[in-house]
Design a protein around this ligand. Structure first.
Ligand SMILES: [Zn+2]
Length: 281
């Protein structure tokens, strides 16, 4: 046993990275690093005998820590890449970031506040209902929150009901439930453009199932819609299908009104101005 250990130790000593600058310190007889002047060996007591075993000098320890930090950093980048691929199904959403915000929509500070206070919103299951006319920046607002949270390693799914209904189509009941439950694995669920899906009994049933399942999971959701708040708060008396969907949403989502100018039209106008300027120059 002892001999085996000694063999292992001498093999380790032989394998240790020894550079020509390394030296044996006459004071303790141990191998020292020529670069950082700290020992590459230490003495241990084991099996009733003192042994010399290799260890990392200061510069090797530091290099090891740097390599480890780099490995973790790359791992995190890969993880966030995977989270984006799974959570931001529409590639254009990748560009919906605070860095790309032109700063002309004052509501954006609410998006930043939502991200800053995310742990509290999550804990208390407080979502948002972003409503207002087409092109007023609701999807951009929600997309910025999605990207910022994903960058922090928080699972977010941003999708819409057309996509969800497409996925549910052709599934059996059990699979449907499983699929709907799978949406709740995300800490935040963002559903863009509520109200543009078909108003069939089947579609409304599935919309309700998704919203109700999310509601029961006690995890927040953000809904964007072109519908008016009055219509959401006061669906027609006989329209029970919509009423129960909106009830759930209003219970857990804080409404924010997007009254601003139509950024989509404005952006298109800026693009057109640019083109006409290029052509007239
Ligand atoms: Zn060293």
């Amino acid at each position: 046993m002892k001999e085996q250990i000694e063999k292992l130790i001498s093999a380790a000593r032989a394998n240790a990275a020894i550079s020509p600058e390394d030296y044996i310190n006459p004071e303790d007889g141990l191998l020292y690093c020529g670069a950082c002047s700290t020992s590459k060996e230490k003495r241990l007591n084991g099996f009733g005998k003192e042994m010399v075993v290799p260890c990392m000098c200061k510069c090797e320890t530091e290099k090891h820590a740097r390599d480890e930090a780099e490995r973790k950093r790359l791992e995190q980048i890969a993880k966030i890449g995977r989270m984006k691929a799974s959570g931001l199904q529409d590639r254009s959403l990748y560009n919906y970031t605070f860095a790309n915000d032109h700063g002309d929509n004052p509501l954006m500070k609410k998006a930043k506040a939502y991200v800053e206070h995310w742990p509290e919103f999550y804990e208390q299951n407080i979502g948002l209902l972003l409503f207002g006319a087409v092109g007023t920046g609701k999807s951009f607002f929600a997309g910025c929150i999605a990207n910022a949270l994903i960058e922090q390693g928080i699972p977010v799914l941003m999708t819409n009901f057309s996509r969800i209904l497409n996925s549910l189509n052709g599934m059996f009941n059990e699979d449907r439930n499983e699929y709907i439950n799978s949406l709740n694995r995300y800490s935040l669920l963002i559903i863009d453009d509520l109200g543009i899906e078909r108003n069939t009994e089947y579609a409304l049933e599935q919309v309700f199932n998704v919203i109700d399942s999310r509601y029961r999971s006690k995890k927040p959701m953000i809904i964007t819609t072109n519908l008016g708040l009055y219509d959401i708060q006061h669906p027609e008396a006989e329209d029970i299908a919509h009423a129960r969907i909106y009830d759930r949403i209003l219970e857990v989502c804080q409404p924010i009104f997007f009254k601003g100018k139509n950024y989509r039209t404005e952006n298109a106008q800026i693009a057109r101005d640019k083109i006409s300027k290029i052509l007239s120059d």
